[in-house]
Design a protein around this ligand. Structure first.
Ligand SMILES: Cc1ncc(COP(=O)(O)O)c(C=O)c1O
Length: 132
């Protein structure tokens, strides 16, 4: 079963001036922790997948503290963290991969688009121990 959470949508800051970046991260992290309590126990949760920079609905980077906090919870609970860098990866954010802006390395990363300049090629990249 797939469950959805709010993306920490930084551009709310533009319209809701009283909200600060940390509030958005706090809210989304709280919702994630609540989900792990109420809807899907960590032992039943295989992975979290997120785009470091949202690609549809505007190009919206996650707040800088959000991905490290997400990684911490995932690591603590044995949940894999997957970054979808199909749109934001391969040099499109000024670094090779968007996650490099956050100092967080995912367990798995998916790539496409930029790696082949229009050819229908994709890649799933992970640590070797996860493939055994
Ligand atoms: C962010 C993102 N992830 C993944 C995909 C690939 O989706 P699908 O496998 O359904 O083609 C896309 C396609 O545009 C995308 O924009």
């Amino acid at each position: 079963m797939v469950r959805f959470l709010f993306f920490a949508f930084l551009f709310f800051l533009l319209t809701h001036k009283k909200i600060i970046e940390k509030d958005i991260s706090d809210y989304c992290i709280e919702q994630f922790e609540l989900m792990l309590k109420q809807q899907t126990h960590p032992s039943d949760t295989a992975a979290v997948i997120i785009e470091p920079v949202l690609g549809e609905g505007g190009y919206v980077p996650a707040p800088l503290d959000f991905l490290p906090r997400l990684k911490e919870i995932c690591q603590k609970n044995g949940i894999l963290l997957i970054f979808d860098e199909v749109q934001c990866g391969y040099g499109r954010t000024g670094k090779m991969f968007a996650f490099e802006h956050y100092g967080v390395v995912p367990d798995i990363m998916v790539l496409a688009k930029g790696i082949a300049s229009g050819l229908p090629i994709s890649a799933v990249i992970t640590r070797s121990e996860l493939t055994k």
